[in-house]
Design a protein around this ligand. Sequence first.
Ligand SMILES: [Zn+2]
Length: 222
Amino acid sequence: MAIPKGNISQFEHDHADDDASDAKPTNIPPANVDIPRIERAVREILLAVGEDPDREGLLKTPNRVARAYGELMAGLRQEPRAHLKTVFHERYDEIVLLRDIEFHSLCEHHLLPFTGRAHVAYLPDGKVVGLSKLARLVEGYARRPQVQERLTTQIADALMEELHPIGAACVIEATHTCMTIRGAKKPGSLMVTSALRGIFKENPSSRSEILTLMYSEANHKV
Ligand SMILES: [Zn+2]
């Protein structure tokens, strides 16, 4: 459990009767979801599957699930493009690539997690952003009900429309638990999606350069 610096006694006081599964997020903005409404819905689900929501082990489950959803959906209340508004004007005309950005999202068809890594790149035309902003961009679009294809295009389109680069690219490799633990039950299967814009779409040598850069290291980790 991560404990916020300088506020340990207050944190311990607030969490005196929590167990490990109740650890509160420390680096994610408050989710602003309707906690009581989710609690009621989760209680309904427990009843519908034949469970007893009043047995000891399940008493706090509706609240835990509600807070977990709040965390997983935190991106719904954000405009991820806001992270691209602080730009530096640099005459840098080589590819900027941030690879292996870990993310956790929720498939909108089953509300089950899909997790993986995003590789995000652009070829600036005078405007660059801090690397951490690219990670924030991915996070903002991931923390909401999603499909991987849309997540991929939203990231590439945001880069194109906010930074007006010569090209932008996003490749995402992810494992979908709706595929691995139910349905097709294909453990280890990895879904790969890509969105190429500008020169990375139009120019074959630029396209092969960016895809080689993105995949070279990633392939060793799969
Ligand atoms: Zn699904």
